[in-house]
Design a protein around this ligand. Structure first.
Ligand SMILES: [Fe+2]
Length: 204
């Protein structure tokens, strides 16, 4: 049984190793569906180290925060590329269809997240399918691909979200508004936290 301090250190090493491999895949192969599938496989392998990612290590936002999910930064290069986050959701999520303007990969760690997939059609979107992302599975998106995310209320979910560029740098992500049949921009994300290092004596 690892202590929280040992787990924190082992997790950092495993994350660094996985991001290294993903960086190498992109550098060598570029960005297309096959290379994203190879990157996704690396993240699925990382998620498989369940002893390093207990959901309790990623607390949901407290009641004072309006949003129902918390994003923890696990890795990000100095130039903001290759950003890996752990997203902890409490459920009750329904996003509009949106793109990312960079490549994006979601891999399940604990709990299920429903992804609906769309293509552009006649100025709007047409749903083409859906896929549940849960433990040991994932989904990858090219920069222009569209999806929406759905989690029922009161459903704890932990998953990895990785992007070619950090979420704080993404100012052009578009989402579709069915009511007005038009597109709007997401503001760049904020409120992303670093995972706090556990105290050396945590009482465990
Ligand atoms: Fe997304």
């Amino acid at each position: 049984m690892m202590t929280p301090v040992e787990r924190h250190a082992a997790r950092a090493r495993a994350v660094a190793e996985a991001v290294d491999r993903i960086r190498q895949i992109e550098t060598r192969d570029g960005v297309h569906r096959d290379s994203l599938a190879a990157m996704k496989a690396v993240l699925i392998e990382l998620a498989g180290r369940t002893e390093l990612f207990p959901i309790e290590d990623f607390p949901p936002p407290g009641p004072e925060i309006a949003r129902n999910n918390a994003l923890y930064r696990l890795s990000e290069d100095a130039d903001h590329r290759f950003a890996l986050y752990a997203q902890r959701s409490q459920g009750g999520t329904d996003t509009p269809a949106h793109d990312h303007t960079t490549w994006a990969i979601i891999v399940g760690v604990d709990g299920d997240e429903l992804n609906r997939l769309y293509v552009h059609e006649a100025g709007g979107v047409r749903k083409t399918g859906e896929q549940v992302v849960g433990r040991g599975t994932g989904i990858a998106f090219m920069p222009d691909d569209l999806h929406s995310i759905h989690i029922p209320p009161q459903t704890p979910v932990l998953n990895f979200h990785m992007y070619g560029l950090a979420l704080e740098q993404l100012h052009g992500r578009r989402y579709y508004r069915p009511a007005t049949h038009d597109w709007a921009h997401f503001p760049a994300s904020e409120g992303i936290r670093d995972l706090p290092a556990p105290a050396a004596r945590s009482g465990a």
